[in-house]
Design a protein around this ligand. Structure first.
Ligand code: NAD
Length: 358
């Protein structure tokens, strides 16, 4: 069956890197029998400029209809002064929530060729391959009540609520156990069960699920220790599952172990396997239009799409291997290079991946 992929380039470097990702998809379609149909829609600042809305109805409808969304990046100084609901970022937040994308998968992989780019010693990070599964639509970012008011004594007071019900924990838990099963079979659940009731429930539900996954080894870690261990000995982790707030922080820390934001893909999935695939980085307004952005984060996001939505792990591996070969051959965009002479443009890097796929 033909899979429908919606491309949403967005702003800044978004369109430049999406162009390379589409070349990769086209090569897979023409040379490797990938059966896809591509469409494109406006989002972010580009959509505000064209239609006055960061997520126009037509874009949302197209995203609902698609099997997968390939998302570039959004935002930039031109829209920073807009009211919150008219900012580019609110388009992405609304898209994630309208599509029910509750599971965020963020791999932190350090290609051995780039071990020197990390701020940590190469022996600590070389060969790092962690998958962080973060709950994305619940927890303290969405819990009610929340608010800010002035108390009777005239002091301002603000509060948020960290809440999860067991069904929400169960579905992210299953997504994480499935992910761990497809990797090394090790899952570490991160919480703060020594202090928070919501974490105790989290831990109970995870322990309950373990019976359904006898082939996955489940361990638990408090979030403060997890933060420490990520920097001390990150290779002890394989798959990590955690809530929205802890995942937000830990996934950024894990990503930065790799030292190169231009290499990091991500996926946000619903219960039926539909996904929004995007690089971790933003629209990089400082380098937009210069042809120097690294397209590998979005190309690796295409690999995740192949694996998690399109059921083509074989092609995902081809794309990931092509990225490895390009690095072996010394190709480097500006963000990951250590010598001016080897610098490749966005288009050259994309072209090298396409050539290798062919
Ligand atoms: P950023 O990720 O855009 O850029 C941070 C730094 O990394 C910059 O120096 C940039 O040049 C560099 N960089 C980013 N992507 C790169 C790539 N592919 N190749 C080479 N270098 C790259 O973060 P920021 O500067 O904090 O934010 C810029 C804009 O992006 C803001 O408007 C922000 O709101 C938005 N943003 C969007 C998303 C998203 O679309 N999901 C995520 C984060 C930030």
């Amino acid at each position: 069956m033909t899979a429908k992929i919606l491309v949403m380039p967005g702003d800044g470097v978004g369109p430049e890197i999406c162009r390379e990702a589409v070349r990769v998809l086209d090569a897979l379609a023409s040379d490797h029998g990938l059966d896809i149909e591509l469409d494109e829609a406006l989002v972010g600042g580009a959509a505000i400029d064209a239609e006055g809305d960061p997520l126009p109805e037509a874009s949302l409808a197209a995203a609902r209809e698609a099997d997968a969304v390939l998302f570039g990046a959004i935002g930039g100084p031109a829209w920073d002064e807009q009211p919150r609901d008219k900012r580019p970022e609110s388009g992405l937040l609304r898209l994630r929530s309208e599509l029910g994308l509750f599971a965020n998968l963020r791999p932190a992989i350090l290609y051995p060729q780039l071990a020197h780019v990390s701020a940590l010693k190469p022996e600590i990070v070389a060969g790092l391959d962690i998958m962080i599964v973060r709950e994305l639509t619940g927890g303290i970012y969405f819990g009610k009540p929340s608010g800010l008011h002035t108390t009777a004594s005239g002091r301002r007071e603000a509060y948020n609520t960290m809440r999860y019900d067991e069904a929400e924990i169960d579905r992210i838990g299953r997504a994480a156990f499935d992910t761990a099963r497809a990797r090394s079979g090790r899952l570490c659940s991160v919480d703060k069960a020594n202090v928070l009731d919501v974490s105790q429930l989290w831990r109970d539900v995870m322990n309950g699920l373990a019976g359904d996954y006898p082939d996955v080894e489940l361990t638990h870690m408090y979030v403060d220790n997890a933060a420490m261990q990520l920097v001390r000995a990150p290779k002890q982790f394989d798959t990590v599952v955690t809530g929205n707030l802890f995942g937000d922080i830990l996934s950024d820390a894990a990503a930065m172990l790799t030292g190169s934001i231009g290499m990091l893909p991500s996926a946000s999935m619903d219960a039926a396997g539909k996904g929004l695939y995007e690089p971790v980085h933003g629209s990089a307004p400082d380098i937009a239009g210069q042809g120097v952005a690294n397209p590998l984060a979005i190309i690796l996001s295409v690999a995740m799409m192949l694996r998690y939505t399109l059921g083509r792990a074989d092609l995902a591996a081809k794309v990931e291997n092509a990225v490895g070969y390009a690095l072996d051959r010394g190709l480097r965009t500006r963000d990951i290079m250590d010598d001016e002479t080897q610098m490749a443009s966005t288009q050259e890097m994309g072209g090298a991946i396409v050539d290798m796929l062919r």
